[in-house]
Design a protein around this ligand. Structure first.
Ligand code: PMP
Length: 396
């Protein structure tokens, strides 16, 4: 089919909520590169928004997908049959995580993982209040939308969940507002869509202490930060704080759709009675997705990707900070926000990146920065190649 007509059909029939979709027509993707129908090659600096941690079409992941697809695909709604990819992945996670995070409920997406975690907290605690933070993003379904950290995105969808309290990230005084009425606190240890806001000082430790003190469950949303993005398998490892519930998605599936909420066996068991089937999913933990996830974890380990994240991050930072139009580079590992002098500059910059072959993206809650979140497999030469193009876009 002719390129133009495929694009027209895309615009006509594939619903978009973006007012300005990039509409790149991708024929093939490999490593950090996207190969387009018009012959151009793009560098993917967003990883499909923090998904392609092991690069596009990593041969080991592709092989695992093929192998599992030939063996079996969907068999039965979640949790009824013993499916080896699910079991092996759950066991692998339990090995990677602290002891209290040993029971894994597989779902399909980040939103669903957080929805499940919120239901779990309500059910376990018998309480109703949920606490989240301004500038947070936890997904787009109505439960998690209730905890979205910006009224702009919620206003026209009300009524949403009642009993939600929004606090300021890094505001230690406001932690007093978490009380014995609070079922859970849902928080990203690093707020990605805020433009990569890092926890200051010992904010997460104090949050942990407060939650423990009042008996509220602490849920870490590591949908974006998990599975190596920040340089450790999970971001929470870097802050010395263990949550009661952990949620994963995005990079977790190695490029396939997969999410999970993970807790202790004791907490998780509250979803099995009164009512039984406290959370249900048909496709959660799809065997092909779980096989891909296992392969991706293997790649992260066998290629020692975590150990290289810091150096690659510093290389990006050092290069970007040489440009006078860059005000600041924030972040951890390969989740970076490059803050420019103003929004107009950022808009002009984005236009040029499309001309120069860079796939980038905005942050939902920050209109002065762009993100750098390439596959963790990016090489140092590729970092330099990307930086050269970024400077060209900033300077032209
Ligand atoms: N939590 C965080 C921190 C996210 O960044 C996202 C997606 N950007 C989600 C949850 C929602 O994930 P999904 O789009 O898979 O529902």
């Amino acid at each position: 089919m002719h390129t133009a007509s495929l694009r027209q059909l895309f615009l006509q029939h594939v619903a978009q909520t973006s007012s300005a979709p990039m509409a790149l027509e991708v024929l093939r993707a490999e490593g950090i590169y996207l190969y387009l129908a018009d012959g151009r090659r793009f560098i993917d600096l967003v990883s499909g928004v923090s998904v392609s941690a092991v690069g596009h079409c990593h041969p080991k992941v592709v092989e695992a997908v093929k192998r599992q697809a030939e063996q079996y695909m969907h068999l039965m709604v979640y949790g009824e049959y013993v499916q080896s990819p699910q079991v092996m992945l759950a066991q692998r996670l339990a090995e990677l995580l602290p002891q209290n995070l040993s029971s894994v409920y597989f779902v399909n997406s980040g939103s669903e993982a957080n929805e499940g975690a919120m239901k779990l907290a309500k059910r376990y605690s018998g309480r109703t209040e949920m606490v989240a933070f301004k500038k947070a993003y936890h997904g787009s379904t109505q439960g998690v939308l209730s905890l979205m950290g910006d009224e702009h995105y919620k206003r026209n969808f009300r009524p949403l969940l009642p009993d939600v309290r929004m606090l300021e990230f890094n505001n230690v005084e406001q932690l007093q507002q978490i009380t014995s009425c609070t079922a859970c606190v849902l928080v990203e240890p690093i707020q990605a869509e805020a433009g990569v806001a890092l926890p200051q000082h010992d904010f997460l430790k104090r949050l942990r202490k407060r939650c423990t003190g009042v008996g509220a469950l602490l849920i870490f949303d590591e949908v974006q930060t998990g599975v190596g993005r920040t340089g450790s398998m999970f971001a929470f490892e870097q802050f010395g704080v263990v949550p009661d519930v952990l949620t994963l998605a995005k990079a977790f599936g190695g490029g396939m759709p997969l999410g999970a909420f993970i807790s202790s066996k004791e907490i998780m068991s509250s979803l099995t009675h009164n009512p039984a089937l406290g959370h249900i999913t048909t496709f959660g933990g799809h065997p092909v997705s779980c096989a891909a996830a296992l392969a991706a974890l293997d790649v992260i380990e066998s290629e020692r990707l975590l150990a290289q994240v810091h150096a690659k991050s510093e290389r990006f930072k050092a290069s970007m900070l040489l440009n006078p139009k860059v005000k600041e580079v924030r972040g951890r590992g390969l989740l970076l926000a490059v803050e420019l002098l103003d929004t107009d500059l950022l808009q002009r910059f984005f236009k040029r990146t499309l001309e120069k072959g860079l796939a980038l993206d905005w942050f939902l809650h920050c209109n002065t920065a762009f993100r750098i979140a390439p596959p963790l497999t990016i090489t140092e030469q590729e970092v330099d190649e990307a930086c050269r193009l970024l400077h060209k876009c900033l300077d032209s």
